[in-house]
Ligand binder design. Structure first.
Ligand code: NAD
Length: 301
């Protein structure tokens, strides 16, 4: 076991809850805080401690971790962390937020002697539960080295990808490829199903050739069955497409495929599919061709 660390963990939701549990299992002393009761109860059952506030979770710790929905919550919680964490504390943010806010945490943290890493993750709930996340880290080499026992406890693949904010840049690139791939797989399904091909066998063949991807591998059966239980919600992917578009504007680069994907995901949300898995993008593709259930009902009337 690595050295026992005192960790304050804020944000015990779908992802944070199993991650905090792995840190307890790795022998660390974890005090967790969340606005809701479910995450703290799970942490307590796993052998962790429950804090009554951010201040209490952060006091007397070596490491502070956040796993929160978006920029707004990270800004709010980090402001409290700044007030209560001791100089030298290592702050690791696993949330997916804008590179800009990640850089802000690093700048504000440095003023108070905090060491800051942005460390967004990929791998979904399954990856969090199985301690198999991929982690893209922005920050200094020294801080990355100090955080490796934490990354090893919750993930399988982790890499320092550049200075503060670049972890979020790589996560944005990840979400760009994932969203775009879902959109194209959805179009492939609609095409095959409407031209008399066996789509299940067709996707098997695609998964064995150059068009293969983890999405085809893991999601082709549920997509064909129209099973869109999340996983990763369209609402969260919509948030991520906003981050991607803002990052592209900041860098003054054009990402036309990303812009199109963002619109398709926005349409999914506008059509009321925000709480479905992001593979539910298939419903938008079908609707664009009038092949969705609602359209079918309309034409039958
Ligand atoms: P979630 O909504 O399940 O969990 C977030 C938790 O933060 C909730 O329990 C909420 O109560 C808590 N919270 C919000 N504001 C708080 C505050 N001010 N103080 C304390 N707790 C607060 O979300 P999630 O699915 O765990 O995602 C967390 C982050 O990880 C997001 O940025 C998401 O984009 C990213 N992510 C999610 C997945 C996934 O598959 N779910 C995969 C990769 C990355």
């Amino acid at each position: 076991m690595s050295e026992r660390r005192k960790i304050g963990f804020i944000g015990l939701g779908i992802m944070g809850s199993p991650m905090a549990g792995h840190l307890v299992a790795a022998g660390h002393a974890v005090a967790g805080y969340d606005l809701g009761p479910a995450g703290p109860e799970k942490l307590k059952a796993a052998g962790g401690a429950v804090a009554a506030s951010v201040a209490e979770a952060v006091r007397d710790t070596d490491i502070v971790i956040t796993m929160l929905p978006q920029d707004e919550q990270v800004e709010q919680v980090f402001t409290e962390v700044l007030e209560h964490a001791a100089p030298g504390t290592l702050y690791i943010d696993f949330s997916t937020i804008t590179p800009k806010t990640a850089r802000w945490t690093a700048e504000q943290g440095a003023k108070q002697g905090l060491r800051v890493l942005d460390a967004p993750v990929s791998g979904g709930e399954t990856g969090a539960v199985n301690a198999a996340l991929s982690i893209m880290v922005g920050g200094s080499e020294t801080d990355f080295e100090a955080a490796t026992p934490i990354f090893a406890a919750v993930g399988k693949t982790y890499a320092l990808v550049g200075p503060n904010g670049t972890g979020q840049v790589v996560k944005a690139a990840n979400q760009l490829v994932v969203g775009g791939t879902y959109a194209l797989v959805a179009e492939a399904i609609v095409l095959m199903e409407n031209l008399g091909a066996d789509a299940a066998k067709g996707l098997d063949v695609l998964a064995g050739g150059l068009a293969s991807s983890r999405i085809l591998e893991l999601k082709r059966e549920t997509m064909l069955a129209r099973n869109f239980v999340p996983g990763f919600r369209i609402d969260l992917h919509h948030k991520d497409m906003g981050i991607i578009q803002q990052a592209a504007r900041d860098a003054e680069v054009a990402i036309p495929m990303g812009a199109l994907t963002a619109q398709l995901i926005a349409a999914a949300r506008a059509m009321g599919y925000g709480s479905l898995d992001h593979s539910g993008l298939l419903l938008v593709t079908e609707a664009l061709s009038g092949r969705d259930e609602a359209a079918a009902a309309g034409s039958a009337a």
